[in-house]
Design a protein around this ligand. Structure first.
Ligand SMILES: *[C@@H]1O[C@H](CO)[C@@H](O)[C@H](O)[C@H]1NC(C)=O
Ligand SMILES: *[C@@H]1O[C@H](CO)[C@@H](O)[C@H](O)[C@H]1NC(C)=O
Ligand SMILES: *[C@@H]1O[C@H](CO)[C@@H](O)[C@H](O)[C@H]1NC(C)=O
Ligand SMILES: *[C@@H]1O[C@H](CO)[C@@H](O)[C@H](O)[C@H]1NC(C)=O
Ligand SMILES: *[C@@H]1O[C@H](CO)[C@@H](O)[C@H](O)[C@H]1NC(C)=O
Ligand SMILES: *[C@@H]1O[C@H](CO)[C@@H](O)[C@H](O)[C@H]1NC(C)=O
Ligand SMILES: *[C@@H]1O[C@H](CO)[C@@H](O)[C@H](O)[C@H]1NC(C)=O
Length: 469
């Protein structure tokens, strides 16, 4: 017996050394944290990259090489960033907590992958960044610095933030990550914070397009989503209810799906939540499509007042690219933009911090997704195949659009490129080449929608009509 025991231990030790030890010796390659500076979020990508705007940032694959082409150097870099991962908004956190309570007090069973729900404690907060979301922004600042360090060594970015707490905190975390990467002793400060609220002109936060805020345009995204919900949720709802013995509604079924990204974000290391395993890969694709519909029809090309609300920012971008004063009569604040202290034109690097909805409108104003096939509200499509549109590819947490100018040996004029979450966006509308570049003048010319005012008068069409009557 003893010798058998010894032999067992020997075999076990051998097994341990061949199977376990080499792996632990190889720790630096296998010790993968989920969120990284270079690739962003990389755990279970077949699920985690399909959470719409609730995805943690990840580096999107690019058909065009994202590095500057041979013979070119970057002469200008700007970033428009979403805030990092956060807790659910106030209304949602109450609804999610109630859904968990309802499951816990009405389930007849917690089988298999549902077992953890029995003792799950709902502790999510509301509205603010989570630690994992803060880390996303630190990583984002380092990512920007690493990409553009040659330019940035002599040219610190001018930084603006929209005024909400989580956006301001995101900008500061980004500056912290930037300072760490640049080996600076302390981070720089935000240069301008623009408050959010009714009646405030803020190109980083929509509020003043009256016809949108109080009219039917605001409901178009929800309506498109509702049609898709009626298609994709019932089978999921039936499965969950039959497993748990509950009677969850369609909305409560979606809340259970929302818990996956939010519970992941509440883990300081952003460990993939147990909620995520309640649903299949195909179901996550359907969920991602649901979120994409909301952005496309709520704020993007699918909304008649979507692109209009992004025009002010585009005109500011054109001013920076061409170093000429801002020409805009939409939501820019002309007092801020006329003052070199709050809107300098001679900088070579800029960073702006905002929200997903505002960024969706800005991308639409730029025309970046003009060639995307309009999204169907009844059948799922791989929208990333038609010019890279999905909410997870455009506005995940810590999303970032880089607009860069390249100075190249082969041309007198500078070029412009747009890089969406590390993916080079083909700029067909200004005749971009194989490197995704348009000449600066062709790019400026292509932006006639913004330069021409972007139908801003439509924002007040109703009030004009009623004040006439
Ligand atoms: C593993 O990753 C953690 C978190 O990124 C890091 O602090 C630690 O040093 C890493 N360990 C090894 C052995 O690489
Ligand atoms: C179960 O939880 C729901 C949601 O919080 C609540 O409305 C309901 O009253 C609870 N029912 C029981 C029997 O505790
Ligand atoms: C424009 O900015 C100035 C300076 O910050 C501020 O005093 C003013 O209230 C702003 N106006 C609007 C309409 O947002
Ligand atoms: C759904 O799509 C159809 C076909 O494109 C369109 O006619 C309809 O207006 C859409 N409905 C909503 C609510 O989005
Ligand atoms: C389930 O909920 C629906 C409304 O959401 C209700 O009409 C139905 O009676 C409920 N069924 C049971 C068995 O409680
Ligand atoms: C704010 O925007 C409105 C609407 O375009 C415009 O009439 C007003 O002049 C702007 N105010 C400032 C300070 O730029
Ligand atoms: C995108 O499409 C809109 C609507 O057709 C158009 O007004 C705008 O000029 C287009 N943008 C670009 C950059 O081509």
């Amino acid at each position: 017996m003893a010798s058998t025991g010894r032999r067992f231990r020997l075999v076990a030790a051998l097994l341990f050394s061949t199977l376990i030890l080499p792996r632990s010796l190889a720790a630096p390659t296998t010790n993968k944290s989920c969120d990284t500076i270079d690739e962003g979020y990389r755990c279970s990508p077949e699920i985690t990259h399909f959470w719409g705007q609730y995805a943690l940032w990840f580096s999107v694959p690019s058909e065009v090489d994202v590095d500057a082409p041979e013979g070119c150097s970057v002469s200008f870099a700007s970033v428009l960033s979403r805030h990092g991962g956060r807790d659910p908004t106030m209304g949602k956190t109450i609804a999610y907590g109630a859904t968990i309570a309802l499951i816990q007090n009405s389930s007849t069973a917690f089988p298999d992958e549902f077992a953890f729900l029995k003792d799950y404690k709902y502790t999510l907060g509301a509205d603010q960044l989570t630690d994992a979301g803060r880390q996303e922004m630190v990583n984002s600042g380092a990512h920007f610095y690493q990409r553009y360090k040659k330019l940035l060594k002599e040219n610190a970015p001018f930084v603006r933030s929209s005024g909400q707490d989580r956006v301001v905190e995101s900008a500061n975390k980004w500056l912290q990550g930037y300072a760490q990467a640049a080996k600076q002793s302390s981070p720089a400060s935000i240069d301008v914070t623009i408050p959010e609220g009714a009646g405030i002109n803020n190109t980083l936060s929509h509020e003043i397009c009256t016809a949108f805020e109080s009219g039917p345009a605001d409901k178009i995204g929800d309506a498109a989503q509702d049609i898709w919900i009626a298609q994709f949720v019932p089978p999921i709802q039936a499965r969950v209810n039959s497993k748990l013995g509950t009677n969850l509604s369609t909305a409560e079924t979606i809340y259970l799906m929302d818990m996956c990204p939010f519970d992941t974000l509440s883990s300081p290391t952003a460990r993939v939540s147990d909620f995520c395993r309640l649903f299949t890969e195909a179901e996550w694709h359907q969920y991602d499509y649901y979120q994409s519909l909301g952005k496309y029809y709520g704020y993007g090309n699918g909304n008649p007042l979507g692109p209009t609300q992004g025009v002010g920012y585009v005109n500011e971008l054109l001013a920076r690219l061409t170093q000429t004063p801002v020409q805009d009569h939409t939501n820019t604040n002309q007092t801020l933009d006329a003052d070199p202290a709050t809107f300098p034109l001679d900088r070579k690097a800029y960073a702006d911090f905002s929200h997903d909805n505002d960024m969706s409108a800005i991308f639409a104003a730029l025309g970046l997704y003009n060639s995307t096939t309009p999204l169907s509200n009844t059948s799922i499509e791989d929208t990333t195949a038609t010019n890279g549109f999905s909410a997870a590819w455009t506005v995940p947490f810590a999303a970032r659009m880089y607009v860069e100018k390249l100075s190249c040996e082969d041309a007198q004029e500078e070029y412009v490129r747009v890089i969406m979450n590390d993916r080079v966006v083909p700029l067909e509308f200004c005749g971009s080449d194989e490197a995704g570049r348009c000449s600066l003048s062709a790019f400026v010319e292509s932006q006639s929608f913004a330069r021409g005012g972007g139908n801003w008068d439509q924002c007040f069409a109703d009030s004009v009509a009623s004040s006439r009557s």
